[in-house]
Design a protein around this ligand. Structure first.
Ligand SMILES: CCCCCCCCCCCC(=O)SCCNC(=O)CCNC(=O)[C@H](O)C(C)(C)COP(=O)(O)OP(=O)(O)OC[C@H]1O[C@@H](n2cnc3c(N)ncnc32)[C@H](O)[C@@H]1OP(=O)(O)O
Length: 219
């Protein structure tokens, strides 16, 4: 296997390929606050034991809030640009289900560069539950896939996941800080090999490896 962990240093600008891109600073503070409020609402709804009257009041308020947003919708595929402290840019879809800043269904996971890889921290509450008190295995895979994909894309080349392997080493608990790390381990032709871990209290609860395949860009 040819090891080439430093492909191209600059990720291509998605605008050159027809994507809408907004800078994360352009996301209104009011939208960020609304996203946080809706996350709290989802958690409250998922766990409520309120009676019928309170439930109906909450439903009507939610319907009013939905109507207040009108019909103005951002395009599917819209991307958000994050500018790193070193001036480089990273991109993701603005509604990404794991890390999208405008998606209340995203935890969200925020990954930062750390040495030759990425690291981040996330706390998953009861709406991510699978077994009692534990994170759903599909969401563990989603966190790992996002970290793996971001590590490959942070190396400068747009990639998609072709193969994902997950080892569930230990149960991953809800409502505690989870530390996620990911790094590129090698490359061969269009394949980029990546590895990631989720830790709680320093112990690995899940490991993921993936083969990401570089997307051929027009031109
Ligand atoms: C964008 C900015 C966002 C930036 C934001 C970053 C966040 C990332 C988000 C998380 C990541 C995702 O969820 S991505 C979404 C989930 N993944 C997808 O939807 C991908 C669906 N699959 C595909 O589109 C396709 O299969 C591709 C593009 C992966 C590969 O198709 P292809 O382009 O025709 O390539 P192909 O010639 O078949 O294969 C190229 C090389 O890869 C190998 N290969 C191909 N598939 C596999 C496989 N399953 N297992 C092993 N190896 C494989 C081949 O053997 C070959 O190796 P060799 O002959 O050279 O040895």
């Amino acid at each position: 296997m040819t090891v080439d962990t430093q492909p191209a240093p600059r990720f291509p600008d998605p605008r050159d390929f027809g994507f809408t891109v907004l800078d994360e600073a352009e996301i209104p503070a009011e939208l960020t606050a609304l996203v946080g409020q809706v996350r709290s609402l989802v958690d409250a709804v998922a766990h409520t034991e309120a009676g019928p009257e309170a439930l109906e009041r909450a439903r009507a308020a939610a319907a009013e809030a939905t109507a207040a947003l009108g019909g103005e919708r951002r395009a599917i595929g819209a991307m958000v640009r994050h500018t790193r402290p070193d001036g480089g840019a990273e991109y993701g879809t603005v509604t990404n289900i794991v890390a999208g800043p405008t998606n209340p269904a995203a935890p969200p996971l925020r990954l930062e560069r750390d040495g030759d890889g990425l690291r981040g921290e996330v706390v998953l509450g009861g709406v991510y539950q699978g077994p009692p008190g534990l994170v759903h295995g599909g969401w563990i895979a989603a966190l790992l896939d996002q970290a793996l994909g971001s590590a490959a894309n942070a190396a400068g080349v747009p990639c998609l996941t072709a193969k994902l392997d997950v080892d569930y080493r230990d149960p991953t608990p809800l409502n505690v800080p989870l530390h996620i790390t990911a790094r590129v381990t090698g490359a061969e032709r269009r394949k980029v090999f990546v590895s990631a871990e989720i830790r709680h209290n320093g112990e690995v609860t899940a490991e993921g490896t993936a083969i990401m395949v570089r997307i051929p860009l027009p031109g």
